[in-house]
Design a protein around this ligand. Structure first.
Ligand code: SF4
Length: 680
C-alpha cells in the first residue's frame, strides 16, 4: 500500500507521518520535526480513523437537512443579525485544529467582509500570553527558536512545560542530544514533579506563579555580577534600566526556592552562553502570563542570548496549528500576516488587497469576553468551528448557558454529539484528519502539508469550503471563489509579499512559486533563516524592549490550587484519541493528584474518591496520592467531558480570571476546596 506524507493532528511539535487508508501509521523519516519518531498518540492514529460517532449530514434542529438548506439558513440568519444589530452582533469561535487555509478564509470573511473582529480561537487558552509578550518585546509576535537550537544548547531551561507528555518528540530529541553531549544540562522549573523531571539535572519546584520572582531575580543577579552584555544592550535593546530596577525590587525567594537552589540556577545560567529557555502552558495560563513571558525575554535580551545558534527564548505551541492561526490573524486582536488592527495603514493595505467592502476597525472580543457577550445577549449569531467550548472553556457550565442564550448557533465538527454541538441550531459535518488537505505551522514556524489519504465520508466537507459557501450566499462570491486550499494558500502568500514593506516578519516569498501538492516542510522566514541574528527587531527604532514586570502577590488561602493539564496519551476532549484502546489504557478514569499529607488531612486513602469544588461547580475524581504534586496543590487532567464523565470533568472548576494583557485564562491556578466524597 502506498503511504501518504502528512502531519500529525495533535501537538505543536508537528511531526511528519506516513499514513495509509488501512490504518498504517509510520513516522516520516524525512520530516525535520521528528526524523521518523512518533509518540504514543501519533503512533495510534490508525486506530482513530473509523466513522463511529461521526457527523455525516448537515442538520437543522436535530434533523438531517441538505447542504443548501443549512447554508441558506446560515447566510440568512447571519445577514439579518448584521443588518439589524451591526457586525459586532455576530461571532466566530475557531480552533487550533483548523488548517491555515480554513483559518485564513474565516478571518477574511469576519474581518474584511462582515467588518467585525469578533473571531477568536481556542488558542487563546493556549499561548495568547506568549503572543502578547513577543509583541511587547520584539514588536511582532515572532518565535525565534528552532528545534535544532535545543540540540545545540548547552543549557535548556524548561519552564511550565511537561515536554515528556505534552511535546513528547521534542523531549525525545533533547534526551538523545543529552546522551550524545553529556555536558548538556537541563533544568526543569515546575511546581509538579512530572515525567519530564527524569531527564533533568536540576528540578526547581517553584510555587505557582513564582516565575516572575525567579526570573526577575535572575535579571538582578546578571546585573549585579557584571554578566550583562552591555554592547548588545546599547545597540539593540531599549528599556533595560526600568526593567532591571524593577527586577531588583523583587525577592527571588518569593519563587518558593531556597537560596542554594537559586544560586545554582543563576550561576548555571550566567556561566553558559548557549541557553535556550522553553516555555508553554505553565507560563502562559496565568493571571500574569504576559509578565512571565517578558521576565524570561528580559534575561535573554539583557545578555544577547538570542538570535544565535543554540540560544534564545522558545515558546512551544500546544496545538497542531496554533502557529498557523497566529500567522493569518486568527485572534480577535490581530490582522492576517501579523498586521495590527489598530494601525490604519495596515488595515487599509489588507482591505485593499482583499478588495473588501469594509475592514474591522478595532480588536474584537477575546474568548472569555466573547462568551460573556453571548451571556449578555449581545451576540445574535455564533459559529463554532472544530472546538468544544461548552466543556473546554473555564467556567464551562456558564459558557454552555451563554451559548444557549444565543438566538442562532452553528457548530461545524467531525462528531455528531459534542457538548457544544448539542446546543446548536445547525450542525455542519466537517472533514477530519486524513480526509482534508491544507497546511499547518508547527512551533518552530515550519509549514507542512496535511494531506488526505481517505475519501470524505458521506456529506462531510472541508471547513474552508463551508466558510466560502456561506460567504458566497452572503453576497461575496468573487472574494471567496476558491476551488482548492492551494488557491487559498497562494492568496495568503501573496498577502504576505504585498505587506512586506511594513517590515513585518512574516515573509513567505519562498512559497510563491512552490508546488503546493508536493510542498516539503519548510520553515519561514525565507530571507534570513535566523530571526534577530542581525540584532534588528520590529519596533520602529529596530530595538527590542525590556519590560519592567513585577511579581504578583501570592496570597496564602485555605483552598487548594488546582492545576489542570494533559495526560501522556490523550488529546484535549478525547474526540479522536479516545477512540484508540491503546491510549485509553494508560490512565483510564478522571483522577486528581494530591500530596500524601493533604490526603491524610482530609481523610483520603488510596483509591478513594475526592470531591473538588469551586464557585463554578463540583467534580468528583479518583484520588491519586503522590508527592509529585506539592502540598496544598492538586493536579487533574482536563480531557474528560460532561458527556464522558458527568462527575469527573474538571474544566467547570476552572477560573475565568484572565491575564489582562493577553486575555488568556489562568487555568493553572484554580482555587478549589477538596474533601472526601461521601456517596450518602
Ligand atoms: Fe503528534 Fe506531537 Fe506526538 Fe509528534 S509529538 S507524534 S506531533 S502528538
Amino acid at each position: 500500500m502506498s503511504l501518504t506524507k502528512t502531519t500529525c493532528p495533535y501537538c505543536g511539535v508537528g511531526c511528519g507521518v506516513l499514513a495509509g487508508a488501512d490504518g498504517t501509521i509510520q513516522g516520516d523519516p524525512d520530516h525535520p520535526a521528528n526524523f521518523g519518531r512518533l509518540c504514543s498518540k501519533g503512533s495510534a492514529l490508525g486506530q482513530t480513523i473509523d466513522l463511529e460517532g461521526r457527523l455525516l449530514q448537515p442538520q437543522i434542529g436535530g434533523r438531517n437537512a441538505g447542504w443548501d438548506k443549512a447554508l441558506d439558513l446560515m447566510a440568512e440568519k447571519f445577514s439579518t443579525a448584521i443588518r439589524d444589530h451591526g457586525p459586532d452582533s455576530v461571532a466566530f469561535y475557531v480552533s487550533g485544529q483548523l488548517l491555515t487555509e480554513d483559518y485564513y478564509v474565516a478571518n477574511k470573511l469576519m474581518k474584511g467582509f462582515i467588518g467585525s473582529a469578533n473571531i477568536d480561537t481556542n488558542s487563546r487558552l493556549c499561548m495568547a500570553s506568549s503572543v502578547a509578550g513577543h509583541k511587547r518585546a520584539f514588536g511582532t509576535d515572532t518565535v525565534p527558536g528552532t528545534y535544532a537550537d535545543l540540540e545545540e544548547a548547552d543549557l535548556i531551561v524548561l519552564v511550565g512545560s511537561n515536554l515528556a507528555w505534552c511535546h513528547p518528540v521534542l523531549h525525545q530529541r533533547i534526551a538523545a542530544a543529552k546522551e550524545a553531549r553529556p555536558n548538556m544540562r537541563v533544568v526543569n522549573i515546575d511546581p509538579r514533579n512530572t515525567a519530564t523531571s527524569a531527564l533533568v539535572d536540576l528540578h526547581l519546584r517553584i510555587v505557582p506563579d513564582g516565575d516572575i520572582a525567579l526570573f526577575n531575580g535572575l535579571l538582578a543577579y546578571l546585573a549585579n555580577t557584571g554578566a550583562l552584555d552591555l554592547a548588545y544592550l546599547s545597540d539593540h535593546v531599549a528599556g533595560q534600566v526600568p526593567a532591571i530596577t524593577q527586577a531588583r525590587l523583587d525577592d527571588p525567594s518569593e519563587s518558593g526556592l531556597s537560596q542554594d537552589e537559586l544560586s545554582r540556577f543563576y550561576e548555571m545560567w550566567a556561566g553558559t552562553q548557549k541557553v535556550v529557555t522553553v516555555y508553554s502552558q505553565g507560563v502562559n495560563q496565568s493571571r500574569c502570563g504576559t509578565g512571565k513571558v517578558n521576565a524570561i525575554l528580559n534575561c535573554h535580551l539583557a545578555t544577547g542570548r538570542i538570535g544565535k545558534p543554540g540560544c534564545g527564548p522558545f515558546s512551544v505551541t500546544g496545538q497542531p496549528n496554533a502557529m498557523g492561526g497566529r500567522e493569518v490573524g486568527g485572534m480577535a486582536n490581530m490582522l492576517a500576516n501579523h498586521l495590527d488592527i489598530e494601525n490604519p495603514d495596515h488595515r487599509a493595505r489588507v482591505q485593499d488587497f482583499w478588495q473588501s467592502p469594509t475592514i474591522c476597525r478595532r480588536a474584537g472580543l477575546k474568548a472569555v469576553e466573547l462568551f460573556e457577550a453571548c451571556a449578555a445577549g449581545k451576540i445574535k449569531a455564533l459559529w463554532v468551528m472544530s472546538t468544544n467550548p461548552a466543556v473546554s472553556m473555564p467556567d464551562a457550565d456558564g459558557v454552555a448557558n451563554a451559548i444557549s442564550n444565543v438566538p442562532f448557533v452553528v457548530v461545524s465538527d467531525i462528531m455528531a454529539r459534542t457538548d457544544t454541538g448539542d446546543l446548536a441550531d445547525v450542525l455542519l459535518p466537517a472533514t477530519g484528519w486524513g480526509e482534508k488537505d491544507g497546511t499547518v505551522t508547527n512551533s518552530e514556524r515550519r509549514i507542512s502539508r496535511q494531506r488526505a489519504f481517505l475519501s470524505a465520508p458521506e456529506q462531510a466537507r472541508p471547513d474552508w469550503q463551508i466558510i466560502c459557501d456561506v460567504a458566497d450566499r452572503m453576497g461575496w462570491k468573487n472574494a471567496f471563489d476558491f476551488a482548492s486550499p492551494a488557491e487559498i494558500f497562494a492568496e495568503y502568500v501573496a498577502l504576505s509579499m504585498a505587506t512586506m514593506d511594513f517590515g513585518r516578519d512574516l515573509d513567505l516569498s519562498i512559497f510563491a512559486d512552490a508546488d503546493y501538492a508536493n510542498l516539503i516542510p519548510t520553515q519561514w522566514p525565507c530571507n534570513d533563516k535566523r530571526f534577530f541574528g542581525s540584532g534588528r527587531f520590529y519596533h520602529p527604532d529596530g530595538k527590542a524592549r525590556m519590560l519592567p514586570v513585577s511579581a504578583p502577590e501570592l496570597g496564602a488561602g485555605d483552598t487548594f490550587i488546582l492545576n489542570t493539564g494533559r495526560n501522556r496519551d490523550q488529546w484535549h476532549t478525547m474526540t479522536r484519541s479516545g477512540k484508540a484502546p491503546r491510549l485509553g489504557a494508560h490512565l483510564a478514569e478522571p483522577y486528581g493528584e494530591i500530596h500524601p499529607e493533604d490526603a491524610a488531612h482530609i481523610g483520603i486513602t488510596a483509591g478513594d474518591l475526592i470531591e473538588l469544588s469551586s464557585p463554578n461547580g463540583t467534580s468528583t475524581v479518583r484520588a491519586l496520592i503522590t508527592e509529585r504534586t506539592a502540598k496544598r496543590q492538586l493536579f487533574a487532567p482536563m480531557h474528560w467531558t460532561r458527556q464522558q464523565s458527568s462527575a469527573g470533568w474538571v474544566n467547570n472548576l476552572a477560573t475565568s480570571v484572565v491575564d489582562p494583557a493577553s486575555g488568556q485564562p489562568a487555568s493553572k491556578s484554580n482555587q478549589v476546596t477538596a474533601r472526601k466524597f461521601d456517596a450518602k
